[in-house]
Design a binder for this molecule. Structure first.
Ligand code: G4P
Length: 291
């Protein structure tokens, strides 16, 4: 089963971004550092083609540092593109965004030609948190359910540096099957769009190879014989059993086990994990185009 996500039309957002783009010097795309490829919206690339682009990998505190390095190098190799990783709640993210944007548009700046930057990102990547930490107050709304109202705003980050928020909602667009699962696992799409057990199984399949020791540590599985031979479904049951997800008669509550797995991933309880590398994502995209 795949993810059934139909977020509705983005025509209003598309039009509003297209109108804003001509006066913009740099486009900041906020991505989730745990799933940079999956959290990008291809519509944005299409609408802002030719504009200098700053990719900001947010939630780096939850992501695998080595894989973050791979993604940064991947973006920095693209023409007109700069990239940095941050944690939206770090004390002074504005300075780094300003400096990285200035590298991309060195001719802008000063009172006569202030830098105008547009910040975009799908829900739940941490845009409100970042804007809040940049303005130093809770002016943007944050919440745990993707898609709640956003107020368009312009922030003066420096006397000659304007930051515009996305005019409208930039919904995720699921272009490859794996991206749908990664978005669901991260909490970026509504809960009614997917089955938690499906997503938890896919998540286990993705992490049990590269991050096996994290699962072993979290669920006390180290040294268990035959662990590798378990199917993903059996592994989910084992985790459910270890975490007390049992129903009368000792039957594992698979729904509860799935919820535990998703919660532990989202909260960072497994440690720092990134679900995809640039090479993997490129392969999935190529396979998706052939389907
Ligand atoms: P959005 O505007 O892009 O929709 O996202 P928002 O800022 O609402 O952030 C979504 C969730 O991600 C929030 O958690 C927020 O705290 C968390 N978050 C944002 N940036 C970072 C980051 O760099 N690192 C980590 N670890 N978390 C981040 P929440 O559980 O929905 O709410 P709460 O924890 O703020 O109560």
């Amino acid at each position: 089963m795949s993810i059934q996500w139909f977020p509705g039309h983005m025509n209003v957002t598309r039009k509003a971004i297209a109108e804003r783009v001509p006066e913009i010097d740099v486009v900041i795309e906020l991505l989730d550092a745990r799933l940079p490829g999956s959290s990008a919206n291809p519509l944005l690339a299409e609408l802002t083609r030719g504009k200098p682009s700053l990719k900001v990998l947010n939630k780096q505190d939850l992501a695998d540092a080595e894989r973050t390095r791979l993604w940064l190098a991947h973006y920095q190799a693209q023409p007109g593109t700069n990239a940095l990783a941050l944690d939206a709640s770090e004390p002074a993210p504005a300075r780094r965004l300003i400096d990285a944007s200035r590298v991309l548009a060195p001719l802008r700046g000063g009172m006569v030609k202030p830098m105008r930057v547009l910040i975009c990102g799908i829900p739940n990547v941490g845009k409100s948190t970042l804007m809040n930490s940049m303005v130093g107050q809770r002016s943007a709304k944050t919440g745990d359910e993707p898609g709640i109202t956003k107020v368009e705003q312009k922030i003066l980050l420096a006397s000659d540096f304007y930051l515009f928020d996305t005019p409208g909602m930039l919904w995720p667009r699921i272009s490859v099957i794996e991206a749908g699962y990664h978005l669901a696992a991260s909490g970026a799409i509504g809960r009614n769009a997917y089955d938690e057990e499906d997503v938890a199984l896919e998540l286990l399949a993705r992490v049990r190879g590269p991050y096996r020791n994290r699962l072993e540590a979290r669920y006390k599985l180290a040294g268990l014989k035959g662990l590798e031979a378990l199917t993903d479904s059996e592994l989910l049951e084992l985790i459910g059993r270890k975490r007390g997800g049992l129903m009368p008669g000792g039957i594992v509550n698979r729904q509860k086990a799935a919820e535990i797995i998703l919660h532990d991933f989202r909260s960072g309880a497994w440690g720092r994990i990134t679900l995809e590398t640039p090479d993997e994502y490129a392969l999935w995209q190529a396979a998706g185009e052939q389907r």
